[in-house]
Design a protein around this ligand. Sequence first.
Ligand code: FBP
Length: 302
Amino acid sequence: MTEAVEKILANYAGESPGVIGNLRRLLNHGRLGGTGKMVILPVDQGFEHGPARTFGPNPAGYDPAYHAKLAVESGCNGYAAPLGFIEAIAHEYAGAIPLILKVNNSDGLGGPESPCSALTSSVEDALRLGCSAIGYTIYPGSDHRNEMYRDLRDLIAEARSVGLPTIVWAYARGQMPKEAETAVDVIAYSAQIACQLGAHVVKVKPPTEVVWQDAAKKHYEDIPVGTLKERIAHVVQSCFNGKRIVIFSGGAAKGTDAVLEEIQSIADGGGFGSIVGRNAFQREHGESLKLLGDIMDIYAKA
Ligand code: FBP
């Protein structure tokens, strides 16, 4: 037990021991175990973007075993994936690394206006597969957001009743242009919604300098958001003043320097960590191990 982890968990007082225990498991596992920071490997892009876009750059990734092994070898805090990928590896990896079952998913074959992920697995599946948490995506900005919020309310209640925490992917999309999805006000707002819905861990994209909502613009005159470090700090503040864990996604594959520069800003801004998929598993095995190690080193020093 470390002070850093226990300080974070104190913000979850009132939760059931099962939920707190699984959060402790996530925070204490892997190379960053005990630091209060976390790096998770998410591999749901096969469902979200399709197999060729996802696994084409590194065909070893068509095999579900590849990702669980990568998550363990690199020392990630956890591994998140939809039902099929978790079912394929759970017999070997449950207990070896915290598994996170992504219980809803959206394919890339529908229209962009009113996105709504389908429920693709259950809390019962998560228990059966030895998972430490469930994951769920909301799309604030979609016409279907209220259905998603209602489903999430039920899922959090069910997961909590059996001691599982919920990680919420908060992705604004739907009735807004692409640049609004990552606007700093929209990211902070989406993160706040996830916290208000009862998320134990929130996951958002790194925000840009854009402020999208007219009603929010004048308030951002007084909030420093000129640098990524400042924007991260604002998102952390928006997650109950740092009392909820918020982690940031890696995004589409990019150069190593760009990835590490972004991670440094996330760490400097007080972010709790990263959930890096494509930038990890789309690289050749040795390179992805090196990059994940370098990412963890940045958080370890934060
Ligand atoms: P990446 O690091 O690959 O961005 O993964 C994080 C993630 O949240 C995945 O879980 C999810 O499939 C993906 O991002 C969604 O990305 P996009 O918004 O580009 O569809």
